[in-house]
Design a protein around this ligand. Structure first.
Ligand code: FES
Length: 317
């Protein structure tokens, strides 16, 4: 179980058209739990409405968290809540910070490729790299200046290593990723933004070589429900209590556990946040998440989206 923190919304500000930043301080006048560059928190707006946001302030700051939200008209309700209902003075809960998008400490230089609101994890990374004099460069792809947030702040941090690329929404004017990868050969590349940008950059890196880390806060689409190769379902066994629960076809592990009155902490329920990750000691899970690295999947599983290839999955719960 993670300990939630009570925070007070202390400031909200438009950073660009449709992009609102939210600053929060402790509601108990305490230091907030420290986060690392690229880290995020779950924000519990109200029951059933939990969203993950990258923290955009300097990780050295202990007195506040800041995140930014683009109003998505076709979104799942989190951005609309921030823009229309959340107000300065509100007290809400947030999780302990987590980080699925860490800087590669072994890299000599860091190159960040952001698309639109995907800029957010790179802001805390930039603060960190500047403090520790780590070479870095930013490619910031966006549609138009009026919808592009934090350009002034980032230009101040990155100096001449800032390239802002506006395409006006025309794919033919997109940044040349092949050229970018060739130019930045030897650097650790990072990408966060629309799925199309991340896939295109992954493809170029795959074909031309290089090292790329990506951050994806998008739910895992069709994989949000259990993929289960056992037509007849499987059994999940809880190691610590010895309790066994059947997971029937079409049911998620979380749903099966809840039906048995066993509560497991969840947040995104889409395999992207890591809240429901537990270790397993036996069985062959089908990993449908985007949060665990391949080596982590050898011992851990994100219960909210996992299926199972074996008849039984034994987890450390
Ligand atoms: Fe977010 Fe499972 S609840 S990964």
């Amino acid at each position: 179980m993670t300990t939630k923190q009570r925070v007070l919304v202390s400031a909200m500000r438009y950073e660009a058209k449709g992009i609102l930043s939210v600053e929060m301080v402790s509601a108990q006048d305490e230091d907030l739990a420290q986060f690392s560059a690229g880290g995020h928190i779950d924000v519990f707006f109200r029951k059933g409405l939990v969203r993950q946001y990258s923290l955009i302030n300097d990780p050295e700051e202990k007195n506040r968290y800041q995140f930014a939200v683009l109003l998505e008209r076709e979104g799942r309700g989190g951005s609309a809540f921030v823009h229309k209902s959340l107000r300065v003075g509100d007290v809400i809960e947030v999780s302990q910070p987590r980080n699925n998008f860490k800087l590669n400490d072994d890299a000599d230089s860091h190159v960040f490729v952001a698309g639109g609101i995907g800029i957010t994890p790179f802001i805390s990374m930039a603060h960190h790299c500047r403090r520790h004099a780590r070479p870095m460069k930013l490619y910031y792809c966006a549609r138009a200046p009026e919808t592009t947030a934090f350009v002034e702040q980032l230009t101040e941090i990155f100096g001449e290593n800032t390239e802002v690329h506006y395409d006006g929404g025309d794919p033919s004017k997109s940044i040349d990723l092949t050229q970018l990868v060739a130019k930045e050969k030897g650097s650790q590349l990072y990408c966060c933004g629309p799925r199309g940008l991340m896939d295109a950059l992954s493809d170029v890196v795959y074909r031309h070589g290089g090292s790329l880390l990506t951050e994806d806060f998008n739910p895992a689409g069709s994989k949000t429900h259990t993929e289960n190769s056992n037509d007849g379902g499987f059994t999940i066994e809880l190691l610590r209590s010895g309790v066994s629960v059947d997971v029937v076809p079409g049911q998620t592990i979380i749903e099966a556990l809840q039906a048995a009155n066993i509560e497991v902490e969840t947040s995104c329920e889409a395999g992207v946040c890591g809240t429901c990750v537990v270790d397993y000691v036996d069985g062959e899970p089908i990993h449908n998440d985007v949060v665990l690295m391949p080596d982590e999947q050898e011992k851990s599983v994100a219960l909210c989206v996992a299926g199972c290839n074996s008849k039984k999955l034994v987890v450390d719960l």
